[in-house]
Design a protein around this ligand. Structure first.
Ligand code: DP6
Length: 393
């Protein structure tokens, strides 16, 4: 028997993937760029065991307690299709290798897979990306597959290919029909922007109304704005983003990140019927960030700007320079206070941070007429590495 346990990270795109040129093998319409998040706060964990005594392939997907039995069955069905694709792809690549004796045995054994996430599934928090990357990485470890695994991860969930690497990662859309050039590659290490923090503002941890796959399909079919995005704006912005990363130009990086998130949500609204992911609370967080940045710009303190991005959900992901993280947390706590029965540690999960006293100027920020909802909680994390091997026995 051979058992492997791995963890894999979440990634958050700063240039978004939205729209496919091939749905079957998941080829995107544009390149995307993401940060990989640290796994101590958020990760997927997968154990794969192969044994000659197993009589069938089996898998377990944790976190179904929120589903009805029927929904759990549906989830398992969807997952099994995706899972079998990864399984077949990894095994195919393993078979291609010049096999050592032990690997040949393993290839004939049945597999048991157990997968869990330590954060909300399907809430626009890139859980499928971490889960799928973890599965592919773990299978790759079991069968000793070498080389790039991102093109296999991509076929389960597009954004999963970026979770195969740490730091800043670019997923190249590729030109070929067979997708062999649609791969992710690391473009900068985790500490490229030193001491960068990430605060995820969870407004809703439930399932999103329109899943990414359906949403993207509808956008591609109906949005004229999407044509402009794909042919012009996202291409130019991606190159500008690469330059900002190379130059470590944080201020430009922030502006481009915000612009791309807003453009993705604009094409979602231009979709017919519209895909609406952001809520009043999401807009209030975005507005707070703009107000905060105005203060920084007025002071010429461009290196301490903050930026936001939203995936297909209402939860803002903020990128915050470490030097101002206490201040930003204090601002968030003041504008979106914890629930009456929530302690500060329940409210701010992840890296512990004492909150700072706010200056008068920052005390006045926030929209006075905002009557939207609360945030459920915050996750404070940082940039991190790619998948890890935890146990090999
Ligand atoms: C909004 O990877 O979930 O998070 O390939 O259809 O499974 P499928 O989509 P998925 O797309 C997520 C898109 C996004 C933006 C991004 O991560 O780039």
């Amino acid at each position: 028997m051979k058992t492997i346990t791995c963890t894999a990270p979440v990634n958050i795109a700063v240039i978004k993937y939205w729209g496919k040129r091939d749905e079957k093998i998941i080829l995107p319409l544009n390149d995307s760029i993401s940060f990989t998040l640290n796994q101590d706060e958020m990760c997927a964990r997968t154990t794969v065991a192969v044994s000659p005594s197993f009589t069938e392939d089996r898998f377990w997907l944790n976190g179904n307690s929120y589903c009805s039995v029927l929904f759990a069955v549906f989830l398992l069905l969807v997952y099994s299709i995706v899972l079998s694709r990864a399984y077949i792809s990894v095994r195919r690549r393993a078979s291609k290798r010049k096999l050592e004796g032990s690997i040949e045995d393993i290839l004939n054994w049945h597999v048991h897979i157990c997968s869990v996430n330590n954060f909300p599934t399907a809430a626009g928090l890139a859980s499928s990306a971490a889960g799928y990357a973890c599965l592919v990485y773990a299978l790759g470890q079991v069968y000793g597959v070498e080389g790039d695994l991102s093109s296999i991860a991509r076929q389960g969930s597009g954004s999963a290919c970026r979770s195969i690497y740490g730091g800043l990662v670019r997923w190249y859309k590729g030109e070929l029909d067979d997708g062999t050039d649609s791969v992710a590659q690391p473009i900068a290490p985790p500490d490229h922007f030193p001491n960068l923090r990430i605060i995820i503002c969870v407004a809703n941890a439930g399932r999103k109304k329109t899943g990414s796959t359906d949403g993207m399909r509808q956008t591609v079919q109906t949005s004229r704005l999407m044509e402009y995005r794909v042919k012009e704006s996202v291409v130019t912005r991606t190159e500008a983003m690469m330059e900002a990363i190379q130059d470590k130009n944080w201020s430009t990086f922030c502006d481009l990140t915000i612009a791309d998130s807003n453009e993705m949500h604009a094409v979602c609204l231009d979709t017919f019927p519209p895909c609406v992911y952001m809520t009043d609370t999401s807009h209030a967080v975005a507005s707070l960030v703009h107000q905060y940045n105005e203060v920084k710009i007025a002071r010429g303190d461009l290196n301490h700007k903050v930026c936001y991005t939203f995936d297909a959900g209402p939860n803002a992901c903020l990128f915050v320079p470490g030097a101002v993280v206490k201040e930003v947390l204090a601002l968030l706590l003041r504008t979106f206070p914890p629930g009456p029965s929530q302690s500060p540690t329940e409210y701010v999960k992840g890296i512990p941070a004492q909150s700072a006293t706010l200056s008068k100027e920052l005390m006045s920020l926030g929209d006075e007429d905002f009557e939207g909802g609360r945030l459920k909680y915050l996750i404070h994390t940082r940039v991190g590495d790619g998948p890890r091997l935890m146990l090999d026995a």
